[in-house]
Design a protein around this ligand. Sequence first.
Ligand code: WT7
Length: 686
Amino acid sequence: MSRDKSSRRASAEQQTLDVSEAQIAVHWPEEDYFLPPASFIAQANLTDQDVFARFSLDKFPECFKEFADLLDWYKYWETTFDASDPPFWRWFVGGTINACYNCVDRHLTAYRNKAAIHFVPEPEDETVQHVTYQELYVRVNEFAAMLRDSCGLKAGDRVTLHMPMVAELPITMLACARLGVIHSQVFSGFSGAACADRILDSESRLLITMDAYWRGGKLIDHKEKADTAFAEAAEKGHQAEKVLIWQRYSGKYSSPTKLVEGRDVIVNEAVKAFRGKRVEPVQMPAEAPLFLMYSSGTTGRPKGCQHSIGGYLAYVAWTSKYIQDIHPEDVYWCMADIGWITGHSYIVYGPLALAASSVVYEGVPVYPDAGRPWRIAENLGVNIFHTSPTAIRALRRSGPDEPAKYNYHFKHMTTVGEPIEPEVWKWYHRSVGKGEAVIVDTWWQTETGGFLCSTVPALHKMKPGSAGPGIPGIHPVIYDDDGNELARGSGKAGNICILNPWPGAFQTIWKAPERYVKTYYGRYCRDPKSKDWRDWPYMAGDGAVDAADGYFRILGRIDDVINVAGHRLGTKEIESAALLVPDVVEAAVVPVADEIKGRVPELYVSLKPGVEASEDIAKRVADSVVERIGSIAKPHRVLIVPDMPKTRSGKIMRRVLASLSNHQDPGDVSTLANPEIVDSLRALVK
Ligand code: WT7
């Protein structure tokens, strides 16, 4: 980093790219506003206009006390915000706390018999499990006792979870949190190989998984992935001690994959030895890590985003209460996967910190038909609903009239993860929300812990396709490529940054603090020696437009990351997987606009001289991507090309490929080393 603009820009990770989602963003017209219904306002948690004054920039950092005061502390903190080592901000320093205590124990007096988790199995003939706070308390304690007394886990140890959407997943997370053990949950759809990389990077002592789970009508063998994950991590240099396996059906092992003697432990059996055991929650420093969440970046290596206990929990509790409008009597359903940050913050930690009842649904939203979510909502009395534009588009396509057939009533709905087209927003509002629900479009990231931009549901008008202003306490700004701040409300596109630190932000990248500084602060830091947080705006890596009304519309990633169905995939990770196929010499992946998933990856590969292009090679490339990452990254097409468009210095021009794939004009290609390739590629792509 330096004050000099050119070197400052060159040092940032984002400068390595030549294609971005923001470049292929659709341009929507400015939309009309929608008003929150009076019935919503009448019951809302936050109706006080003063909130904006209370959280103005000059109230930083003490305004965030209000967030932490939603929690129970063993020892109250001494310093709200410590900026002595920028940008490694520390929050609520000196305080001690336990996340599990705050999500479970403290609710027992008032809510012992209330459902904490409604687990909805995918097969409709299977009984829904209603786990009360008391039952959650008992199960978490017993499992924590097993982790401590039988596995020897202690505060600060890491554990990798590779679990599907079942009640045992939050139980496992909370048991870790009770002991101060750092959990790292890997999305169950990720491959064993992807899981191995995360076990290795976090040096996890255990892998905790499940034998099987239902998805799209199939009972998937999940244990199989654990064997790959364990073996690959060991091969690459880190041997975990054990594999703990929950059973999808207690008392019955449901996987065809054999157990490994001495290594594999069936939790449902082993935990019986701890029946009735209680474990005192470990009093942890506010700044100790709660979990790691790996996310894709611009290099092939995923980043282990490290989140704190105190700051993170305070942030998700406050935003759950005031942006999600969760009251303890609400039945709240976030249809994300707990394997992503959305699920950590807004299925598990935020809602449970508020004593809500949180729905965990195992399966596919449109399985067996597009009426499924609405049957669940009707049966459980769900009144707050939270999902992604991809799911909304899929439900709209396969059953636009389904919601009207069911008797449920949402007061509040959320959309998250990608930009939502105004037309899709309006269907969500009219058909899913029946015109009765307020909608918040929440923009944030794995790194940010919780929401950054959103309307405050009872205080702001809604505008389809726009996330809204910064939430109370968050002050976004747009910079141009040269580091100039655009005027508020300029209507121009640029890089969205956050001016101030906030308690929910991740603390660092696990074992890669330099990468943390460089990626998020490298480009716009005003002075790397400064101890003043004002010199350290956080760069999110998204393009955005700040409209005259102060609402931010997010355009998409400006870096080498593709957002597929609301999930981030690194282009380098996909390309490296393609390059594992022996005949492939070059690979380039680009985002292609997709009606349902928003973006899908399209992969270009070139082969060794003399090797004939074939369906078989294309298939092997696609299979390799699925094996290394998971089916979410599966390329929509694999195009075998005679050569890549290249600059004179030999760099692949992904921008040209992205234009061709999206049927856009690639613009001036005369500066390419091989401009003639463009026409033959165009013919191939069509
Ligand atoms: C990226 C973060 C947020 C949790 C789930 C994804 C995109 C996120 C929105 C939104 C437009 C959005 C951004 C962001 N994104 N929310 N409301 N409107 N785009 O977390 O995997 O860390 O991805 O998702 O591009 O940078 P993630």
